[in-house]
Design a protein around this ligand. Structure first.
Ligand code: HEM
Length: 120
């Protein structure tokens, strides 16, 4: 089961790469990477919740999660996903892509990397 957990951590990190990498390409080169960011943002919420379920449900993993930290990450991750979904939905209806919402989504992704790494 430890292998499954680690595999989900790999997917979690790939989701982070899609969200933050897509955001960097949007910010620097003006590329429309919002589909990649949306995929990454959704993956973060889903894989994060799977990690929590495994950590809490499988005692042999011997994980002791920091619940306030996970709660903050969940709220920030949902906000990041909401920003990119709203930006994409509006653009699909013909409005110009809202740069502020896309930047906010990537910025929230970076904030969550900082929370993950710095809050011990
Ligand atoms: C944009 C959203 C997110 C980003 C960028 C992100 C980033 C990261 C990173 C870089 C790690 C590896 C470093 C570490 O082990 O602390 C990690 C691990 C983890 N994340 Fe996230 N995360 C996000 C969302 C979430 C969400 C929504 C949850 C749960 C609701 C979550 C739960 C976890 C868990 C349980 C681990 C593993 C901790 C461990 O095994 O010690 N993450 N995350």
């Amino acid at each position: 089961m430890a292998f499954v957990y680690d595999l989900v951590v790999v997917l979690h990190l790939l989701g982070m790469a899609a969200l933050v990498g897509g955001w960097a390409a949007f910010a620097r080169k003006g590329l429309d990477t919002t589909e990649l960011m949306s995929l990454g943002a959704r993956a973060q919420v889903v894989t994060g919740l799977v990690l929590v379920a495994l950590a809490e449900g499988v005692s042999s993993l011997d994980k002791d999660l920091n619940h306030p930290k996970i709660g903050v990450k969940l709220v920030v991750a949902i906000a990041a996903a909401a920003c990119i979904e709203i930006a994409r939905a509006r653009a699909k209806r013909g409005a110009p892509l809202n740069r502020g919402l896309v930047m906010a989504s990537g910025g929230l992704g970076v904030l969550n990397v900082a929370v993950a790494a710095l809050w011990n």
